[in-house]
Ligand binder design. Structure first.
Ligand SMILES: O=P(O)(O)OC[C@H]1O[C@H](O[C@H]2O[C@H](CO)[C@@H](O)[C@H](O)[C@H]2O)[C@H](O)[C@@H](O)[C@@H]1O
Length: 271
């Protein structure tokens, strides 16, 4: 019988911090593999993407946990961008929503299919820069395998104009699709690859004993739902919730500070 995805509302999820016994029970005698999203999970959301910074305490917590289990940062950001922002050499990174993966000791992988979309992404980036230049606050962020259009600083009455530009550029592009997130649109290669597929790929590459390994994924945004879906029946999805919405996560945290607390607790458990 096929297992179907079961969504719940974020406000109904048990807290990962208040249900320690239940969570620890799921981890008992297993090998944890920890996946962490970056924006909104390790850093609070800020007005401009380039201003997001991981705090020294959070960096220490990630570093400490990364020393006692396999740990990967899975981000929509460009691989190099997120790697520099986190600044820890010993962990894995998946950038551009999993299209570009790197890890310790020269481990690296670029989704082959992704390269064929580079001309399309270049063209879309140029069109977006041109057509959005008249809308104050609109910001284009190029990642190798995606283009993000930020509208957090755009006046409410101009958001429809941003949407119209993005839809026009998408219609004029080949092989791209539009996804959403927190005050952001993204144009990405229209292929069956996302954070969930990247997490699965990495789990396969690491050649972990399937019955022993327990993937834990912590994330806050819509693109993290792809990872929650992949792990729904074999891992632990933890949503950093800031709104009420349907989710495939099984536990929740209420802030970036709570993420830090959880990482330190996990480190204490596994050290
Ligand atoms: O997968 P993530 O690591 O969570 O990346 C998702 C997107 O995060 C960034 O944008 C978001 O955070 C910005 C800084 O706080 C904020 O200004 C913006 O409104 C958010 O959408 C990043 O800039 C994007 O490239 C990522 O795709």
């Amino acid at each position: 019988m096929s297992k179907t995805a079961k969504r719940r509302f974020s406000n109904e999820l048990p807290s990962a911090l208040e249900n320690t016994a239940q969570l620890n029970g799921e981890l008992q005698d297993r090998q944890p593999v920890v996946f962490l999203d970056f924006d909104g999970t390790l850093t609070p959301i800020v007005d401009r993407p380039e201003l997001a910074e991981i705090s020294p305490e959070m960096r220490d917590s990630v570093h400490r946990l990364g020393k006692c289990c396999i740990l990967a940062i899975v981000s929509g950001r460009d691989l190099d961008d997120v790697r520099v922002k986190v600044g820890i050499d010993e962990v894995y990174y998946a950038g551009s929503h999993g299209f570009h993966i790197a890890g310790p000791a020269g481990f690296g992988h670029e989704l082959q299919q992704g390269s064929q979309f580079l001309p399309s992404l270049d063209k879309a980036e140029q069109a977006l820069l041109r057509q959005l230049s008249q809308i104050p606050g609109a910001q284009v962020e190029r990642k190798k395998f995606a283009v993000a259009i930020h509208f957090r600083r755009v006046a409410n009455e101009q958001v429809d104009a941003v949407t119209a530009v993005v839809d026009r550029v998408l219609a004029d592009s080949e092989g791209l699709r539009k996804t959403g997130g927190k005050k952001i649109f993204e144009l990405r290669p229209d292929i069956d690859w996302d954070k969930g597929k990247a997490v699965n790929w990495l789990l396969g590459k690491l050649q972990l004993a399937k019955h022993k390994a327990v993937p834990i994924y912590v994330g806050d945004d819509l693109t993290d739902e792809d990872a929650f879906r992949e792990l729904q029946h074999r891992g632990i999805g933890i949503l950093v919730r800031d709104e009420v919405r349907p989710t495939l996560a099984r536990y929740a945290l209420d802030s970036v500070d709570e993420v830090g607390t959880l990482l330190r607790r996990l480190a204490t458990l596994f050290e």
